[in-house]
Ligand binder design. Structure first.
Ligand code: G6P
Length: 610
């Protein structure tokens, strides 16, 4: 989704802005642009549709001299991807420029009024109203104009603006949209996400809703509260390595991130079992509070929702607490039955997903405690939660979630074991046995990654398909939902996932010679039933049958054209190992179809609008 970057300092801004925009490419976008103040009563604005490379090419040889500027990658919401609709947007005079992440919900009404007053609009975007409102309120102080401007705005926004009359500063504000400021000492930066500024500084300031900041080319940063009071900014230090944002020899980030999963599982598990007991100290829950939980409600979107489905299965299985789950975009507009006895768990790798944040606020308003499982320290979701479990996936660049999903599943598994133990449903020996089994998964993932040739051959058989049907049972059906989502996201091949027992009630009608069946039939309590379902599907002559099965199961070969083996593991943990096979399967198909694996069309990594 849209990315913002801004730089105020003594170096040429152009290169820093372009580098920042490249590092935000993972968020998903379809055009890009920059505005640089030249320090001599002028401003250069250059925008291009397509990739940041096109903007790079347009700027080659231009070498803009200015040391203060803003840049943007746009993910189209209002108006198609075009140069006119690309940010930065300017006012009528061309003296003010603004970049925006989010949606101005009342833009149509504001635009009508501004047009009535004689303002001339050149784009179809909601953002352009901000530039014209700033023009309307500008009386020599961009911060004051921004304050008046946002008092008219409804919706979500992260905004950064510059004005040629104040060539040494950038004015920034936000509401329900991520903004982080970089304190570089002799320079100041602003961005939607840390990768855009980590090259220049690791010292960051998280701006809260309705706060303002002024970034000076001297490096000074002023922060203001909603009521106009100047406040002391709280600086946090980022301690990840810059090289996590590099491909490290892999063909794409997705491949790199898939291969990081053994480490991610290991790190997320580390230190969870102490003296034979599962510990989740960060939740600070007393035994009384745990005993008082009557229900759990999980809210999440996308892959995080699928992780939640696995969490539901494990929590109900081990802790015997009823768990509801709903996609956050539905929950936020529903009338959910949650109260003080319900524990709400939000799952969001980015910690910034607009629908998930709204769902969390609704749950809070009903008196529920909200815990979050997230990968981002300092994110909005983590700051709005009563307790946070951090996954240890590290920065994920590829749009399709892989290692962040696996880390969520591991964190939920630990939570389910913890609740089972604390509610007295699992004895110490069972917890220890299950935890030891869980600890085998990093080695098992490594084993799967060692030889992926069978997965590649199965993928080759599917590249020309027009649709694929994934089936499984229990946790296996959830793994199939995630497998089908991966395939859709990155290869644009339509895929459906169904609980295998349901196929007779509709999906079996889809089967023809162009439709492969992908079945998850690892050893589990429902293995015989899944095998029967595979026979039923096979009898309808799909293009091929691909089965993910447990090593040593030779019998399954009779029912499959391709068998993809995974090591034997308790079925509770198959969500961790079998998912890796589906990730690789989707990636091989996407590459064979010539798709951009890391930045699939129309998708965004961090969905900050509803
Ligand atoms: C987007 C991403 C998905 C992700 C979903 C939820 O659609 O492309 O990979 O699962 O958002 O994001 P979250 O950050 O809340 O987990």
């Amino acid at each position: 989704m849209c990315g913002i970057v801004g730089y105020a300092g003594s170096r040429a801004a152009q290169g820093i802005l372009l580098k920042g925009l490249h590092s935000l490419e993972y968020r998903g976008y379809d055009s890009a642009g920059i505005a640089v103040l030249d320090g001599h009563d002028g401003m250069d604005v250059v925008c291009r549709t397509g990739k940041v490379d096109a903007l790079d090419a347009a700027l080659t040889g231009r070498g803009l001299a200015g040391t203060c500027g803003i840049g943007h990658t746009r993910w189209a919401t209002h108006g198609r991807p075009s140069e006119e609709n690309a940010h930065p947007h300017r006012d009528c005079s061309g003296r003010i420029a603004v970049v925006h992440n989010g949606i101005i919900e009342n833009f149509a009404e504001l635009k009508d009024r501004l047009v009535g007053e004689g303002h001339v609009f050149v784009s179809e975007t909601d953002t352009e109203v901000v530039a014209h409102l700033l023009e309307r309120f500008y009386e020599g102080d961009l911060l004051a104009a921004m304050r008046r401007c946002v008092s008219f705005l409804q919706g979500a926004f992260g905004l950064a603006a510059v004005c040629v009359d104040e060539p040494d500063r950038i004015v920034v504000t936000r509401r329900d949209s991520p903004i982080v400021i970089g304190a570089g000492g002799d320079c100041a930066l602003v961005a939607s996400d840390i990768p855009a500024l980590i090259d220049v500084t690791r010292d960051v300031i998280y701006l809260d809703d309705d706060q303002f900041a002024v970034l000076h080319t001297s490096g000074d940063i002023e922060c203001y509260a909603r009521d106009g009071r100047q406040i002391e900014p709280k600086v946090s230090h980022i301690d990840w390595d810059v090289d996590v944002a590099e491909r490290a020899g892999f063909e794409d980030f997705m491949d790199k991130e898939i291969h990081e999963q053994p480490r991610v599982v290991h790190d997320t598990l580390m230190g969870r079992l102490k003296d034979g007991r599962m510990t989740l100290d960060e939740l600070a829950l007393t035994s009384e509070q745990i005993a008082a939980i009557e229900r759990i409600f999980i809210v999440a979107c996308g892959s995080s929702y699928h992780a939640g489905l696995i969490g539901k299965n494990l929590i109900e299985r081990w802790a015997r607490i009823p768990v509801d789950i709903m996609v956050a975009s539905e929950f936020r507009y529903s009338d959910p039955i949650v109260d003080g006895s319900t524990l709400v768990i939000s799952i969001t790798q980015s910690g910034e997903t607009a629908d998930t944040l709204a769902a969390m606020r609704l749950a809070h308003s009903h008196g529920s405690k909200v815990f979050t499982i997230t990968n981002r320290v300092g994110s909005r979701a983590s700051r709005e939660s009563d307790g946070v479990i951090y996954t240890k996936a590290g920065l994920e660049i590829s749009v399709a979630a892989t290692k962040s999903f696996i880390a969520q599943v591991v964190a939920l598994t630990c939570l389910a074991l913890f609740l089972g133990q604390e509610r007295g449903k699992l004895d110490g020996a069972t917890v220890a046995r299950l935890y030891a089994e869980l600890n085998r998964t990093p080695g098992q993932i490594e084993h799967i990654l060692l030889d992926t040739s069978a997965i590649e051959r199965a993928a080759e058989a599917c590249t020309q398909a027009h649709s694929a049907l994934f089936v499984g049972r229990g946790i296996g059906s959830t793994v199939c939902y995630e497998g089908a989502l991966k395939l859709k996201e990155i290869s644009y091949l339509h895929a459906e996932a169904y609980a295998a027992g349901e196929i007779k009630h509709g999906p079996i009608a889809l089967i023809d010679r162009n439709v492969p069946v992908v079945a998850l039939a690892c050893r589990s309590a429902t293995y015989p039933q899944v095998v029967s379902n595979i026979q039923e599907l096979r009898a309808r002559t799909p293009s091929c049958v691909i089965v993910v099965a447990t090593e040593g199961d030779e019998e399954i070969r009779k029912s499959a054209d391709h068998v993809l083996y995974v090591p034997e593991i308790d079925e509770c943990f198959q969500g961790i190992t079998a998912t890796v096979v589906f990730q690789l399967f989707a990636r091989f198909i996407a590459r064979a179809r010539g798709c951009d694996v890391d930045q699939p069309r129309n998708l965004a990594k961090s969905v900050t609008v509803e």
